[in-house]
Design a protein around this ligand. Structure first.
Ligand SMILES: [Fe+2]
Length: 129
């Protein structure tokens, strides 16, 4: 029996991709919380078997979190844009670039946004942008 209601209210229709992305963000949050919980439990014991099991499960939660992040990226174009800009902005920030340069320079990573879920791929989809 589930302990957590999947929605705060009953949903009488199918969700849009943006609504589903919001729900998946909650799922992602649960995965991240589980990783932190298992980490705390690993650090709280010297039981070798318990540590091994917890680390194994924790790694699976990391995989689940990665899959949810990818799913959100594919359903939310704004998130996909930020994800594609993040590596370039990150480099600018850690290199000490002024704030304005960071905000102006994040979009030049050249990374293409992923195709939305359900989008039809064509030969042209494979062409570099
Ligand atoms: Fe999980």
């Amino acid at each position: 029996m589930p302990q957590t209601a999947p929605f705060h209210v009953l949903v009488s229709r199918k969700l849009t991709d943006m609504e589903l992305a919001a729900a998946i963000r909650l799922d992602l949050e649960a995965e991240l919380d589980a990783i932190n919980l298992y980490t705390a439990h690993v650090e709280a014991t010297d039981n070798v078997e318990a540590k091994a099991i917890l680390r194994h499960v924790m790694d699976e939660e990391r995989e689940h979190a990665a899959l949810f992040r990818e799913l959100i990226r594919r359903m939310d174009p704004a998130q996909a844009r930020h994800d594609s800009e993040a590596p370039r902005k990150y480099q600018l920030i850690v290199s000490g670039a002024p704030h304005g340069d960071v905000e102006d320079g994040g979009g030049s990573s050249g990374a293409a946004a992923p195709a939305p879920v359900g989008a039809a791929l064509t030969v042209g989809s494979l062409r570099p942008r």
